[in-house]
Design a protein around this ligand. Structure first.
Ligand SMILES: Cc1cc2nc3c(=O)[nH]c(=O)nc-3n(C[C@H](O)[C@H](O)[C@H](O)COP(=O)(O)OP(=O)(O)OC[C@H]3O[C@@H](n4cnc5c(N)ncnc54)[C@H](O)[C@@H]3O)c2cc1C
Length: 359
């Protein structure tokens, strides 16, 4: 089903999505009707109940057709995971059945910076049985498309906590949509919260658990981003192989030149390594074992590699590779986003080093 949707609906509009900077009309609605939003959601909430390894694999397949929609779903799925892990029954009964047809998003980054969340200024003030939330979040994946947002905020005693707000609440509005260079279909935007009042049960987990939940969301996201990156490299490999078979250097097909063979091997190895890393991380998560370090490796290695071997693919295509009439340049721009989103490559490498040193 995922392959059919990718081949019939998504891949044919890959270039269009990049050029028009949005999903074509009806595509997102079709994804909803096809049931894609609910694949990872447990059946009790109306989803298909895929485990995380299968969910990640589905995203790799989709990303080989178009990475923007795969990243939209990645943001949604990792947020569902936080409801499942930290949400109370009242919160989950209210929001999770909606997640089959409405997008959920996770909002941490503020204008002051994303790498160091303890510096956030969004405030949550307790008033009786409610919380009043005020602040700005920027660069939020699916901002404007999602209707439900988990937001990291600071309480009056400077503890970090995550609250759930939705777009229908008084005081909620959308700010600027980012004009990013890649993943042109994925909306990424600012959300503004002006004294939004939420009941106590909209607290995800406990006060003081904000950083833990943020780290958990990052770890879950990185497994899926590893899958998206493996999908982008699947696409790059296909482009490189097809072109090297068809194009000749005078009379010799490019693939018979050692210099091209070296490049194709590099692309294939990078794709395979990323696939092994994200699948291992997903498998460990499903088994209930620690997976954050391997997930960080999948995204760190995968994002750098997809950009690097994307450049090798561009070179195989010669001048055509440099043209916007061919997809390779946008695959490089798409992959580049993932050296930043869900934690910068530097932050991930620090986390990997810390984990190694503490072993
Ligand atoms: C496509 C895309 C989607 C995104 N989606 C979301 C989303 O859904 N939700 C959300 O909350 N955020 C989202 N972000 C924001 C993203 O998480 C941040 O861009 C990222 O965390 C880096 O934060 P920053 O941009 O403020 O850079 P800064 O934190 O200002 O960092 C700037 C540079 O300094 C380095 N640096 C900073 N601090 C350290 C440190 N302690 N150690 C080592 N190096 C450091 C960084 O690696 C980076 O190279 C998204 C970003 C992009 C590009």
């Amino acid at each position: 089903m995922i392959s059919d949707f990718t081949n019939n609906e998504l891949a044919p509009v890959d270039m269009l999505i990049d050029k028009q900077g949005d999903y074509p009309e009806g595509l997102f609605e079709l994804a909803v009707q096809t049931g894609l939003l609910g694949i990872t959601l447990p059946q009790q909430y109306g989803g298909a109940g895929f485990d995380y390894a299968a969910t990640a694999q589905a995203l790799q397949i989709m990303a080989a057709g178009n990475a923007s929609l795969a990243v939209t779903l990645e943001g949604h799925f990792k947020t569902i995971e936080q409801f499942m892990k930290y949400g109370n029954p009242e919160l989950n009964d209210h929001y999770l059945p909606l997640a089959t047809h409405q997008i959920l998003a996770f909002s941490q980054t503020e204008p002051s910076g994303g790498s160091n969340p303890t510096g956030i200024t969004t405030r949550a003030v307790k008033q009786g049985d409610n919380w009043v939330i005020t602040g700005d979040k920027i660069m939020i994946t699916n901002g404007g498309l999602a209707s439900v947002y988990c937001v990291l905020a600071k309480t009056e005693d400077d503890q970090l906590a995550v609250f759930v707000v939705d777009q229908d609440m008084p005081g909620f509005s959308f700010g600027k949509r980012e004009d990013f260079i890649g993943l042109k279909g994925t909306p990424v935007a600012e959300i503004v919260m002006d004294h939004i009042v939420v009941p106590d049960y909209h607290l995800l987990g406990q006060v003081g658990q904000g950083l833990e939940i943020g780290d958990q969301a990052h770890a879950d996201a990185r497994v899926l981003m590893g899958a998206v990156l493996a999908g982008i490299m699947t696409h790059e490999l296909q482009i490189a192989v097809d072109y090297a078979k068809e194009r000749k250097a005078l009379t010799t097909p490019l693939y018979q030149l050692q210099v091209t063979q070296q490049k194709i091997a590099d692309i294939a190895i990078a794709k395979q390594n990323t696939e092994l890393l994200y699948q291992q991380a997903a498998k460990l998560k499903v088994q209930g074992q620690p997976y954050a370090e391997i997930a960080a490796m999948a995204k760190s290695y995968g994002s750098r590699s997809a950009v690097k071997v994307g450049d090798e693919t561009l070179q195989i295509l010669g001048g055509y590779g440099y043209s916007r009439d061919y997809p390779i340049e946008h695959l490089i721009r798409d992959a580049r986003a993932m050296e930043l989103a869900e934690g910068s490559i530097e932050k991930m490498n620090l986390e990997i080093t810390k984990a190694e040193i503490n072993k």
